[in-house]
Design a protein around this ligand. Structure first.
Ligand code: ADP
Ligand code: MG
Length: 278
């Protein structure tokens, strides 16, 4: 088991793809309320580790504990329903829905397979949709009931508040497919918050994001951390990690090469060698 102050712990995690060992018995833990960074040169095993934690890959061996519970091998939606949520890309089907509709597909505590498999759950068409939006909704939400319940009103309010928090509420009625790369990233983050997570996994959340949006996104991450959320940030860009994370884990060749604060990592010869050997 794991102490309460340690939401995430991976122990001797290993993932092999055929003959390739992507993660080679890696162990680390993430403190509650921290913004922990996971870095390493290309091919170090960061994404594979991330995917093993999030339930996308089943580890070959080793364990993943979340809040003291063994969650190894659970499916992504099962992991998400425990409060450990990764950002998920906006699927094709969701591109034809508005930003607000996208937000309402991720109610707290009931992450469906939908978010991962592109099948939309039976949420009724919100009343504010215009006719063409309603037709689209009913096409992709086959089981939609008509009545709008109190719960759905609350959900909608929460969606608006979250969009405001990310300053994308003005885009609520736009098709998700029409957003810029950076706006999509903000929507992906906003959607994750709709699930009311305890811990958020971010894999390169800033890829393709312009500097203004990057600042905004990082600011929001810091705000949420102050409210008690825990973050694990996987990022290729060393500077982003150095400037934002209080604890940094460096992976190399599938294992943990070094761990510590930015200054420790910056001055670690093994880390420098690993990056130079890239
Ligand atoms: P990083 O995210 O740190 O760049 P990855 O976890 O993506 O590293 O990859 C680690 C190693 O595992 C690489 O050598 C990569 O080619 C290999 N790998 C990752 N995913 C797969 C896969 N699905 N099938 C085969 N090899 C993979
Ligand atoms: Mg990667």
């Amino acid at each position: 088991t794991t102490p309460r102050g340690v939401p995430l712990r991976i122990q001797n995690l290993r993932k092999e793809f055929g003959g390739i060992t992507a993660v080679a018995d890696a162990s680390f833990q993430v403190e509650a309320g921290s913004l922990t960074g996971l870095i390493g040169p290309n091919g170090a095993g960061k994404s594979t580790t991330f995917n093993c934690i999030a339930g996308v890959h089943r580890p070959t061996s080793g364990k993943v504990f979340f809040q003291g519970e063994d969650i190894t091998g659970l499916r992504p939606e099962q992991v998400a329903n425990k409060g450990l949520v990764r950002t998920f890309q906006i699927a094709r089907e969701m591109e034809d829905m508005t930003v607000l509709e996208n937000m309402m597909l991720a109610p707290r505590g009931q992450v469906g397979e939908s978010l991962f498999n592109s099948v939309v759950p039976g949420i009724p068409a919100p009343r504010f949709l215009d006719d063409s939006q309603r037709q689209r909704w009913e096409r992709v939400v086959p089981q939609g009931r008509r009545a709008v319940t109190r719960q759905e009103e609350d959900l909608r309010e929460r969606a608006w508040e979250t969009l405001e928090f990310f300053e994308i509420d003005h885009l609520a009625g736009e098709y998700a497919g029409s957003l810029s790369g950076g706006q999509r990233k903000l929507l992906e983050m906003a959607r994750v918050l709709m699930t009311d997570p305890e811990m958020v996994l971010l894999d390169e959340p800033l890829a393709g994001v312009n500097p203004t949006l990057e600042k905004k996104l990082l600011k929001r991450v810091h705000d949420l951390r102050e409210e008690g959320l825990t973050f694990l940030l996987v990022e290729h860009d060393m500077d982003v990690i150095m400037n934002n994370c209080e604890h940094i884990i460096v992976m190399h060749q599938g294992t943990v090469l070094a761990e510590g604060e930015a200054d420790d990592i910056r001055n670690d010869d093994r880390v420098i060698d690993a990056y130079l050997g890239e």
